[in-house]
Structures are given as structure tokens and as C-alpha cells.
Ligand binder design. Sequence first.
Ligand SMILES: C[S@@+](CC[C@H](N)C(=O)[O-])C[C@H]1O[C@@H](n2cnc3c(N)ncnc32)[C@H](O)[C@@H]1O
Length: 210
Amino acid sequence: MGFYADHVFPYLMDWTMGTRRFRELRQQSLASARGSVLEIGFGTGLNLPHYPDTVTELTVIDPAVLLPTKVAKRIASAAMLVQVAHLSAETLPFEDGRFDCVVSTWALCTIPNAVAALREVRRVLKPEGTYLFLEHGRSDDAGVAAWQDRLNPIQQKIGCGCNLNRPIDALVREAGLHVHHLERFVFSGVPRIVGEMYRGTATAARAESA
Ligand SMILES: C[S@@+](CC[C@H](N)C(=O)[O-])C[C@H]1O[C@@H](n2cnc3c(N)ncnc32)[C@H](O)[C@@H]1O
């Protein structure tokens, strides 16, 4: 992957995404996680301390091996058993309906085929299970979105595949998931092109939708 991707970017990502505001958002989003949970695009394990004790087992996947010593320590201090697999979210090796809950935080921006990954999320969720997402993506403001489109090629380079301009809720729906709750807000303190947040819940089976 190259020196920057292997030895610089993981530290930058871990540092910038581990600040207090990120921690608060992680905690809020993960508060309703329960049962058997799958996290896709696990990264450096920054969500681990925020899983509530309603989570009985946690499986995490990411194709990259990032900061292995630091991540091993985080896993060792996690409150629940954590199983790690280095694989892509687009093709998951789990049986249909395996998980009570699937989580992604700031991962759909980078997963190359986000809709394929979300179709897998739908497949591996139990019918009554919940997908919890906390993501950044395309702005509803046309001026901001135009800048996101312009700067996306640069972001893909400096963010190791990260896209600024993905319409997250549309991708979730395109994969056949049913969105029950969706909150849009701008993360203060970062440029707006990276601060357009999508936080929500979705299910594989249809119920009353938002
Ligand atoms: C911006 S990081 C976010 C990490 C973590 N979710 C967090 O909240 O700190 C995006 C993550 O997506 C992962 N990723 C890239 N391609 C992927 C794929 N095909 N399947 C699953 N994860 C992938 C990257 O390796 C990286 O760890």
C-alpha cells in the first residue's frame, strides 16, 4: 500500500478520529447496540470502549491491519469477547441472519463498493436486528456538494480511499435496508466538506419507516 498508507495515515486517522467530540458521537450511536454485533470497517478499534454491556459478542472486520500493537491492547481491554477478521465488507463469510446488530462508523466513505457491503449488512442481520450507522457524506447544500465533488480526487489520495460526496442514506436504501431514523448535522470544528454527518438506524425487514 505504500509508506504513507501503511505508516503515516493510520496514526493520523487514529489521532484525528479519537478526539473528545468523536468519542461523544461514538458513545451516543453505540448506546443501543445489543446482542451479537458485527462492526464493519473496524479501523483502529476506536469504538471498542463505547460498546454498552448489552453487547454479548463482537465480531469486527477490516481488510487492513492498522496499528496492530495498539489495536491488540484495545481488544485485550474490551469488556466483551472480540473476534477480528481481516476481510472486506462486500463479501462476508457469515450466514444469513447471524447478527442482532451491525455497526459502521465513518466506514462507508472508504469501502470501495458501499452498496455491496450494505447488501451484505442486510443479509447478515436478523429480521428484527438493527444497523447502526454514523457516517460522513454528501451535503444537501448544493454549493458545499459542488466543492465535495471538486475536492474528492484529492481526498481519495490523502484519505486512502475516503470519499467526501457519498449520499449515505440513499446508499443504505439502495441496498434494500429500511431507514427508521436519520439525523443530519454538521460536525463543528472541521471543514464542512468533511463534516456533513449522517447518523441513523435501519433494519433488514420493513416496519414503520422514517
Ligand atoms: C475512516 S476509517 C474509519 C475507521 C473506524 N470505523 C472508526 O470509526 O474509527 C475507514 C475504514 O474502512 C476500512 N475499509 C476500507 N475498505 C474496506 C472494505 N472493503 N471493507 C471493510 N472495511 C474497509 C479501512 O481500512 C478503514 O479502517
